[in-house]
Design a protein around this ligand. Structure first.
Ligand code: BJW
Length: 233
C-alpha cells in the first residue's frame, strides 16, 4: 500500500450499533411502530410536530447513555496518525466519532446536538428537549426544529464531499445499508474517478457489488484491524 493516500470514509448506523444505538433498518429499527421514512420528513414535521420532536428528544437524551466503541476510536487514531489525508463523512447524527477522538467529521445528515431555525437558518448547539414552538436564540422566532436532514432535503457539505470523492485514492464505507441516497451513490462516484473501494459491514449492503473488496463482520473488529493494516503498510 503506498503512502499518503487521500481516503474518504463514509460511516452509517452500523458503526454505532455496538455502542447500543439501534440501526434504522435492523432489529429494533422501528420507533414506537414508526419507520424512519415516516418520521423524518418535512411533511411529518408539519403534520405532527409533537411526534417528530418527541422522536428526536428521545434520541438526543439517549446519547448520554452511550459511548464510542473500538471502531470510532480506530478511525480517530487513523486521523491522528497523520499518515494519510482522511475525510470522515458520517450519516450518523450522534456525536460518537467526536467523543471517540476524531478531529474532523462531516455530519451529512445533521446532528442531534444542534438546532436549526426554520425561519432564519441559524444553527445553535442544543442539548435538552426541544418542544414545538421553541424560540430561536438568534432571531426569536418560535421556529426551532431538529438540525436533521429529512427525506427530500439536501444533505450538508455535498460540494466538499463530492470534491473529496473525485480526488480520493481509497473510499471506505462502514456500517451502512446503502439504502439511502446520495450516500449510497458515493461508491460509484469514487470508483468513476479511479478510487479503490472497500466495504466494511456486518453483511453485504445493497451496493456491495460496486466495491472492489468487501469484508463482513462487526465494525468493532473489522475497523481496528483495517486501520492497523493501513498504518503498518
Ligand atoms: C453493522 C453492525 C455492526 C449493523 N458492524 N455493521 C428513489 C430512488 C433513489 C433515491 C430516492 C428515491 N426516492 C427518494 C430518494 C432520495 C432519498 C432516498 O434515498 N430515499 C430512499 C429511502 C430510497 N434521499 C433523500 O431524500 C436525501 N436527500 C436527497 O436526496 O436530496 C436531493 C439530492 C439531490 C442531488 C444530490 C444530493 C441530494 C436525504 C436523506 C436523509 C436521510 N435521513 C435519515 C434520518 C435522519 C438522521 C437520523 O434521524 O438519524 O438518515 S434516514 C436514515 O437512513 C438516517 C441514516 O443516516 C440513513 C442511512 O441509514 P444507515 O446508516 O445506512 O443505517 P441502516 O439501518 O439502513 O443500515 C445499517 C447497516 O449497518 C446495515 O447494513 C447493517 O448490516 C450494518 N450493521 N450492525 C457493522 N455491528
Amino acid at each position: 500500500m503506498r503512502d499518503s493516500q487521500t481516503i474518504v470514509i463514509l460511516t452509517g448506523a452500523g458503526i454505532s450499533a455496538e455502542s447500543g444505538i439501534a440501526t434504522f433498518r435492523g432489529p429494533g429499527g422501528l420507533w414506537e411502530g414508526h419507520r424512519v421514512e415516516d418520521v423524518c420528513t418535512p411533511e411529518a414535521l408539519a403534520d405532527d410536530p409533537v411526534l417528530v420532536h418527541r422522536f428526536y428528544d428521545a434520541r438526543r437524551a439517549a446519547l448520554a447513555a452511550v459511548a464510542p466503541n473500538a471502531a470510532h476510536r480506530a478511525l480517530a487514531r487513523l486521523q491522528a496518525a497523520d499518515r494519510h489525508d482522511v475525510m470522515l463523512v458520517t450519516q450518523n447524527v450522534d456525536d460518537l466519532h467526536e467523543r471517540g477522538g476524531a478531529a474532523q467529521v462531516l455530519h451529512m445528515h445533521g446532528q442531534l446536538l444542534s438546532a436549526l431555525c426554520a425561519r432564519c437558518g441559524a444553527h445553535t448547539g442544543w442539548a435538552g428537549d426541544m418542544p414545538p414552538g421553541t424560540r430561536c436564540p438568534a432571531c426569536g422566532a418560535p421556529a426551532l426544529r431538529p438540525d436533521i436532514v429529512f427525506f427530500g432535503e439536501m444533505p450538508y457539505s455535498m460540494d466538499a464531499i463530492e470534491a473529496a470523492l473525485a480526488r480520493a485514492d481509497l473510499f471506505v464505507s462502514i456500517g451502512t445499508s446503502g439504502a439511502v441516497y446520495p450516500a449510497a451513490g458515493f461508491v460509484q462516484i469514487a470508483a468513476h474517478h479511479g478510487a479503490r473501494t472497500l466495504e466494511l459491514n456486518l453483511e453485504p449492503s445493497a451496493g456491495t457489488a460496486w466495491f472492489d473488496e468487501a469484508r463482513h463482520g462487526p465494525a468493532g473488529v473489522l475497523v481496528p484491524a483495517w486501520v492497523e493494516e493501513l498504518l503498518a503498510g
